[in-house]
Each structure stands twice: as C-alpha cells, then as structure tokens.
Write a protein that binds this ligand. Structure first.
Ligand code: NAP
Length: 285
C-alpha cells in the first residue's frame, strides 16, 4: 500500500534535533564564556566493535560541533570489570569531566551493570544508572535515557499529551523500551509493555493511542494493527534504514508518525549533548 497526501503527519525528528543542538551549542558557548571551562563529555569504548566505534566517533564529532569537549578513553576487549569500574570511578571523580558515556554493549565477560553503576549520577548524561532510572520513573529532575528522552521531546513538540492515553510500548530493553514506558507512565499514560512473551501482541497494539515500537525487527508492526489516528513512534533502526513499523501501511492509519530515518534517531545524540551541558552547568555553577 502506498502513502497519499492525506496520510499521517510526519514527526520531524531531524528538524527538532537540529534546533535542540543549536540551543545546546548556544548554552555551551555561554557557559564557556562565563566560567572559562567548556563542557566536557568523556566517552569510554571497550573493544573494537565496528558499530560502537562509529557511534562513538559520531557522538564526539557532534560534541565538537556544539562546543562540547570530549575526552576519549579506549580500552582493549580484554579489559576486566574491575579495570572498567576503576576507569569510570576515575572519570566520576575528575572535575574536568562533566558527563560520562560508556558505549553499550561492553562485550562479553564484563558486568555491564557494575560498570554503569560506577558512573556518578550527576555525570550520568546517558541515563544508564539505577539512580537515573529511578528519577526518570518518578518524573523527578535527573538525566533520562537519551532515546526515550528524545521520544518524549518529540511528543511534546507535536502537542501530544500522554495523560489519560493508552500507551503501548513494544520492547522492554533497559536503554529503550523500559524507560520509555516509565516516562510515559510518569506523564500519566496508561502503559502496556509488550515483549517476546506477550500473547496476542496485535490485540495490545490495536489499543494504542500512543505506540512506541522498540523491537529491533524490520516492519514488525503492521498498519492493520494501528488504531486510526494513533501516534506512532518508531524507535527501530534496522539494516537498510528500516524501522520496526511497516511505515507504508501504518502511515495510512496513524494521526502522527515518525519516519525512519529522520524521526527518533537524530534525537538521541541531541539529548545526549543537551544533558552534557545540563551536567556542566550544574557542576560549574
Ligand atoms: P533489544 O535490546 O534487542 O530489545 C528488543 C526488545 O524487543 C526486547 O524487549 C524483546 O523482548 C522485544 N522483542 C523481540 N522480539 C520480539 C517479538 N517477536 N515480539 C515481541 N517483542 C519482541 O533492542 P533495543 O536496544 O531496545 O533496540 C530496539 C530497536 O531500537 C532496534 O532497532 C535498535 O536499532 C533501535 N534503537 C534505536 C536507537 C536510536 O537512537 N534511534 C537507540 C537504541 C536502539 P524480550 O525482552 O522478551 O527479549
């Protein structure tokens, strides 16, 4: 089925991310002028996974463009949990570093949770610690997971108030699905999580006023299951620039929908940069 001009409105994540980065760059410049210290993000990469190498390089390049310094730490794949924890504790205690990003996944043999918990909450600009998850879930000030944070900003930018709506999140990963659902709950949506054990996933999806797809399976959500007029947020990013929602069929039923690419994707780094400047502002105040 092909799309027509009367289809859903697109939620332009690229444009929103660009505006957020511009605003963040202006804040970074102002902070640097006032304090003489530019915001600094430490990026930590363990091993040489090509996708992780690319992601970290992209994040550092965006930092530089926004006037945020980055300090890069590369560790071999043979790094132990204790060594990684010591590195992260060192960065947590370093006053020259305002935010810390540990690139996920860290690879087998390392206790990733122990590593995340070695990041000081006030520097957890990627929103990966238990502390950040708790504040995010309670809707309290703190750092949020960047992709779900980007999703909430997109909803706000398009005037979607989750309160009272049925939100269905397909996927429950620690960095995406689970925090996305908790943030929607904190904003008073009625939230259903779906995952690989969900019976009759289609029935759950059909209830969604707001649908967040975070599955990692190309075109997994079919248009026929989209409630007419629903807000469809596709966080999926699969090979070939394909989302987790079958866009061509979903666009004919949704009210608002994120494209892939150009929807949720660009928001992630923009939120990371914004949170890094937030952290620096608090630490340099
Ligand atoms: P993940 O860790 O692999 O989690 C996938 C989730 O989907 C799991 O909760 C899993 O359920 C569920 N799932 C898998 N197969 C299912 C099925 N057949 N039916 C129902 N649920 C199923 O993936 P992720 O890291 O959350 O990423 C999800 C997608 O988002 C990927 O396409 C990824 O590339 C994309 N992503 C995008 C960004 C961005 O910046 N835009 C950032 C992160 C991720 P179980 O828990 O039961 O296993």
């Amino acid at each position: 089925m092909s799309s027509t001009p009367t289809d859903a409105r697109l939620m332009d994540g690229s444009g929103l991310a660009r505006r957020l980065v511009e605003e963040t760059a202006a804040r970074a410049a102002d902070l640097t002028r006032r304090t003489g210290t530019p915001p600094c993000l430490a990026t930590v990469l363990v091993g040489e996974d090509p996708a992780s190498v690319t992601y970290v390089r992209m994040k550092r390049a965006r930092c530089e463009k926004a006037g945020i310094r980055s300090r890069h730490v590369e560790l071999p794949a043979t790094t132990t949990t204790a060594e990684l924890v010591a590195t992260l504790e060192g960065l947590s205690n370093d006053p020259g570093v305002h935010g810390i990003l540990l690139q996920h996944p860290v690879g087998p043999g390392i206790d990733e949770r122990a590593a995340f918990e070695a990041i000081a909450p006030e520097k957890d600009v990627d929103g990966v610690t238990f502390s950040s998850f708790a504040t995010m879930s309670f809707g309290l000030p703190g750092f949020v997971s960047c992709t779900p944070g980007g999703i909430m900003r997109l909803l706000d930018a398009y005037g979607v108030d989750p309160a009272g709506k049925r939100a269905v999140v397909v996927g429950r990963s620690a960095i995406l699905g689970k925090p996305a659902g908790m943030m929607l709950l904190a904003r008073n949506a009625t939230v259903t999580y779906c995952h690989s054990h969900t019976a009759d996933l289609s029935a759950a999806v059909r209830e969604a006023d707001v649908l967040v797809a975070a599955v990692g399976r190309p075109r997994f959500i079919k248009g026929e299951d989209i409630k007419p007029g629903a807000v469809v947020v596709d966080a999926g990013y699969n090979p070939g620039n394909v989302g987790d929602v079958d866009f061509d069929t979903a666009v004919t039923r949704a009210g608002l929908i994120t494209p892939v690419p150009g929807g949720v994707g660009p928001m992630t780094i923009a939120v990371l940069l914004a949170q890094t400047v937030d952290a620096a502002e608090r630490q340099l105040a």
